[in-house]
Design a protein. Structure first.
Length: 342
């Protein structure tokens, strides 16, 4: 069957609208420039900017799976935070078992331990996502109120199961030896782990963008977002595609959980529920279902949170919500909303 038959219908956009669509790309450098002016010290600004980018990349990792799930499946999944938490605790267990590797001065052993922890977290959260979709999500497709209720219930159950398996106490998650400490660049101190988080987040974004825009599975996902009935009519099983996407989103949440746990260096059973506030803000800012919008939104949230925490700590508590309000007043559907076929 020709792939051209399932290409999503794209409406022609006037030149002025195309130029307007490119404006969100400028928001990140504009915010960084405003931060430099407000902070004054280039070295302090550089430290905060790298920290903000690292935080934004980790939020993007967790939010990317959620935004694709919503865009394709029209599922509001408040249980996404459960996969973040489970991923963090699985990563904790694996790194504890490999304590000899993480404490070694050998960089390859350190990185191997992190990679194994990430792969284990992604595999197990993907399997958990399979069960979650089959048992909890599948019966409530198209019913948003029920989705909110049952996925919140799933999150609560997951938190209690974590108490049973790992206990209720906060746990310390130590970074491997090679990822501790900072690089000194002039007068700026840049943490090694934050550089790793920036690189991993950027690689994930480029990979997801390539898959969605240049592969058959990406073509099917985009077509399914815009017109799922047409994809089904052409002989593709949209339910199987839903399941693959949901498992992938769950695995990304597990990856984000490991990264966030190492970033904070402490993990708790409710960490996923706490981080979901920022994740939902990013998804809404970016435009539901948009990877590019999610990426830009995550960077904006990360940078703004770090700049305001330095300049006005009390304002930092509401800065991200204020950002969401401003963005939605400008673009009510988010930075890059996915347009459904009519």
């Amino acid at each position: 069957m020709s792939e051209t038959l399932i290409k999503p219908r794209i409406e022609k956009i006037p030149l002025t609208d195309r130029l307007t669509q490119k404006l969100p790309i400028l928001l990140v450098p504009l915010l960084a420039t405003a931060g430099l002016v407000a902070i004054g010290s280039p070295s302090t600004w550089l430290t905060l900017t790298v920290a903000g980018l690292a935080m934004g990349m980790m939020i993007f990792i967790m939010a990317s799976g959620l935004t694709v799930v919503f865009g394709l499946m029209d599922v509001i999944n408040f249980g996404h935070g459960a996969f973040v938490t489970v991923g963090a605790f699985i990563g904790f267990s694996v790194l504890s078992w490999l304590a000899g590797w993480t404490a070694s001065p050998s960089v390859p052993l350190n990185l191997s331990a992190v990679v194994i922890a990430i792969l284990a977290a992604m595999l197990l959260t993907a399997l958990l996502g399979y069960a979650f979709e089959r048992v909890i999500i599948k019966p409530v497709y198209g019913q948003h109120l029920k989705q909110i209720l049952v996925t919140m219930g799933g999150l609560i159950v997951a938190q209690q199961m974590i108490h049973v398996v790992w206990g209720p106490d906060e746990m310390h998650l130590s970074r491997p030896e090679a990822l501790q400490g900072s690089f000194i660049l002039g007068e700026a101190a840049i943490e090694k782990y934050r550089l790793l988080a920036v690189g991993l987040g950027l690689a994930l974004f480029l990979s997801m963008r390539h898959v969605l825009k240049h592969t058959k599975i990406g073509l099917l996902v985009r077509a399914g977002v815009e017109n799922g009935e047409m994809v089904e009519a052409l002989g593709y099983r949209i339910s199987r595609l839903f399941l693959i996407v949901f498992m992938t989103g769950s695995a990304l949440a597990g990856l984000g959980g490991v990264m966030w746990g190492l970033y904070q260096e402490t993990i708790t059973a409710h960490m996923g529920a706490d981080i979901m506030v920022l994740v939902f803000i990013v998804v809404i800012i970016g435009g539901l279902g948009s990877i590019e919008g999610c990426f830009i939104g995550a960077l904006l949230v990360g940078l703004l949170a770090n700049y305001t925490a330095f300049l006005a700590p009390k304002v930092a508590l509401i800065s991200t919500i204020g950002l969401m309000v401003v963005i939605l007043m400008w673009r009510p559907q988010g930075l890059y909303p996915v347009v459904k076929a009519k």
